[in-house]
Design a protein around this ligand. Sequence first.
Ligand code: GLT
Ligand code: MN
Ligand code: MN
Length: 388
Amino acid sequence: MTDDFSPVPEDRFTFGLWTIGNRGRDPFGNETRPLLDPVDAVRGLARIGAYGVNFHDDDLIPPGSTAPERDGILKRFREVLDETGIKVPMVTTNLFSQPIFKSGAFTANDPVVRRHALRKTLNAIDLGAEFGAGIFVMWGGREGAECDAATDVPSALDCYAEAINACCAYIKESGYQMEIALEPKPNEPRGNLFLPTVGHALAFIHELDFPDMVGLNPEFAHETMSGLSFHHAVAQALWADKLFHIDLNAQVPGKFDQDLRFGSEGIRDAFYLVKLLDDAEWDGMRHFDAHAYRTDDIDGVWEFAVGCMRTYLVLRDKARRFAQDPEIQEALEVTKVKSLGIPTMPETGADRFERLRKETIDVDAVAAVGYGHERLDQLVTELLMGIR
Ligand code: GLT
Ligand code: MN
Ligand code: MN
């Protein structure tokens, strides 16, 4: 079926090999789906209209592969990319699955572990450069603690910064065109993770040696797990010019990291997010870091992937209707939202504070004004329910 909501590569939708390749394993149950060959994953993505594929080093090259095995994998992968036109905009490294990282990677107490993590990351950066990736995501899945007595958070953050500084220096010295995107998460798999939210990560970036090279990869589920609004987090990242990449999915607050199909929960936050990106004409990749329910087989996986993209496009259409709907526009006037563009202190001159002080207003009259949020919010609800 082809309709107005059928994805095309120009929409810049991407998926990780680990997302469509997710086999349905959870802490209580084994895999429910067979292995998906990365070559089949790429062919499937091309068929459904995606733009690109992203991967961890270990997703593509299983740990323990010999040099000839590695060469063979890379050759097949390169061939299927050429055949389909699928791009590799982002790569990352897995610093969380192997037992050596059980107590952290860049922030492990043992420098032997930290140096091993850094070597693995430098190799993954090379791999990304080989496939033309412009973004290197860093999700510190094991950077954190359960036993707080066994860590020292300020020193661990020093180690975190040292590793990222080294990666930036390596990228520069290698002449690669690549930026780093940090992915915050509050907890899971560690009891508490370092850089738990977008706000923490934004502050951390300013302590780095090359802050211009480092931005964010916020994830819908991760901010939602913290009870925060994803749309607000992304808006602040955009405001700070730090939205380098994005992980789209869905999540119910208060639950484990669900990584659900985009829009399947939290539809209002998803709508405001899509509207934000569309209004800002943000040209980054719309990456879905989610997976199909473990109840489903491979057909369900492709339904899931198409569903993520279709929901995004439907919400983008809703955002554009929002801008054209006369009643919504009239209700917006009542909110005075456009007045946010008026500076609070427009005056210049040495007497500007004095002039501000002298201005008199009728405080009670201003306080008595209603801003019409109930009407506007209901109009948005009806837009989302499909009757506008
Ligand atoms: C893992 C995690 C994600 C990260 C990926 C990148 S891996 O699936 O749950 O949030 O984005 O390392
Ligand atoms: Mn997640
Ligand atoms: Mn993610």
